[in-house]
Write a protein that binds this ligand. Structure first.
Ligand SMILES: *Cc1c(COP(=O)(O)O)cnc(C)c1O
Length: 396
């Protein structure tokens, strides 16, 4: 394995660990435990477990390790810890490093479950949280204190697709010694270089683009060896958020094709967004790849101009029109995953973000007419025609 490999090579060969049979495709070690040669070896392993040694699948497993090493290599990071879901990763990263009395600053535009952890769980254990508008650097500057332990944000927010300046926020956080924890799902491992841009910890829900085919839940926390083995691992190995070896294998195979899928999906998303912008049925077309996007310049520097695989459409006529649009679609399915091979349409106000108060929805721009559209791998012309037809239906 070579550290000088580019992302595409790492995604196919990174972290590989072959058995005595020298298999081509990664083996699934579907085992909960490992046999010791003798009692002395068991004792030694519990005292110190080496990188190619295993004790129990809640602590680590060879297939899971392959996935951890592959995604760490891809991100240019030292290490990673795989988890049962994206939320286990968010919870594991935050809870393992924080204690009562600590202060964190968080963007307020967060996925519903991320908001629940920050707003309801961390505060219950005495963590002090300040929320800011993540796109406003003055608010970050004001909120970050000399004793701030960490900052947390989604680099591209769900579902309004605001883009947050990782290096600018990291500069402010690092000036007081705070850790920068980034939920990077929407930016994807294909377009993001978050570690290079100043993130200390990067989190993915592998359920999204890494699997990319809607099969399994998974998540991963990526960071320094010190943080992953010293802080995250002790927490997760005792609290049980481990990724199953079978799901790790799905994620490993997903990584091999991820760049091809995500690039194709983003290309279609860009085409669809450009074609729909200004459409008579739409109040707004939100897509980070559009020149009209509020952080368009940042999308160039932070993401190489790539807007990702998700766009959001604010349909004229509120909830009724949005539901008529959803029910008229014949290609995108109504569901709530994203990054999938199948295009997926979601009405955040009544599903993923239902729990928020009307006031919070208003503040975050989650209007009754807003549809989140995750672009899949279908033919781009078919998809655009279907969306346009459903938009016409929505206005009848
Ligand atoms: C989906 C998602 C998660 C949670 O991931 P799961 O795998 O569903 O637990 C966290 N953050 C963001 C931004 C997401 O889109």
């Amino acid at each position: 394995m070579s550290e000088s490999w580019n992302k595409r090579t790492q995604a196919v060969h990174g972290g590989i660990r072959r058995s005595q049979y020298n298999e081509v495709s990664e083996a699934i070690y579907l085992t909960q435990g490992f046999v010791y040669e003798n009692a002395e070896q068991a004792e030694a392993r519990f005292l110190e477990c080496g990188p190619d040694e295993f004790i129990y699948a809640r602590y680590g497993n060879p297939t899971v390790s392959m996935f951890e090493q592959r995604i760490a290599a891809l991100e240019g990071a030292e290490d990673a810890f795989a988890t049962a879901s994206g939320m286990a990763a968010v919870n594991g990263a935050l809870t393992s490093m924080l204690k009562a009395g600590d202060h964190i600053v968080s963007a307020k535009a967060l996925f519903g479950s991320c908001l629940y952890i920050v707003e309801n769980i961390l505060t219950r254990f005495g963590v002090d949280v300040t929320f800011v508008d993540g796109t406003n650097l003055d608010e970050w500057k004001e909120a970050i204190r000399p004793d701030t332990k960490a900052v947390f944000f989604e680099s591209m927010s769900n579902p309004t697709l605001e883009v947050i300046d990782i290096s600018a926020v990291a500069d402010l956080a690092h000036a007081v010694g705070a850790q920068v924890i980034v939920d990077n799902v929407f930016s994807t491992p294909v377009f993001s270089r978050a570690i290079e841009q100043g993130a200390d910890v990067v989190i993915y829900s592998a359920t999204k683009h890494i699997d990319g085919q809607g099969r399994a839940l998974g998540g991963v926390i990526i960071g320094t060896k010190d943080f992953i083995r010293g802080t995250v691992e002790p927490y997760l190995k005792h609290t049980g958020g481990a990724l199953s070896p079978f799901n790790a294998w799905i994620m490993l195979k997903g990584l091999e094709t991820m760049a091809l899928r995500v690039n194709a999906q983003a290309e279609t998303a860009q085409m669809v967004a450009e074609s729909l912008e200004g459409h008579g049925a739409l109040e707004r077309t939100l897509y980070p790849g559009l020149k009209s996007h509020a952080q368009s310049a940042l999308v160039q520097t932070q993401l190489g101009g790539k807007g990702g695989t998700v766009l959001s459409l604010d349909i004229k006529g509120g909830k009724e029109a949005a539901f008529a649009f959803l029910n008229a679609l014949t290609i995108p399915v109504i569901s709530n995953n994203l990054g999938d091979a199948k295009s997926i349409a979601t009405h955040p106000a009544t599903t993923t973000h239902q729990r928020l108060s009307d006031e919070q929805k208003d503040e975050l721009g989650i209007t009754p007419g807003l549809i989140r559209l995750s672009i899949g791998l279908e033919d781009a012309a078919d998809l655009l025609a279907d969306i346009k037809r459903a938009l016409d239906v929505s206005q009848r």
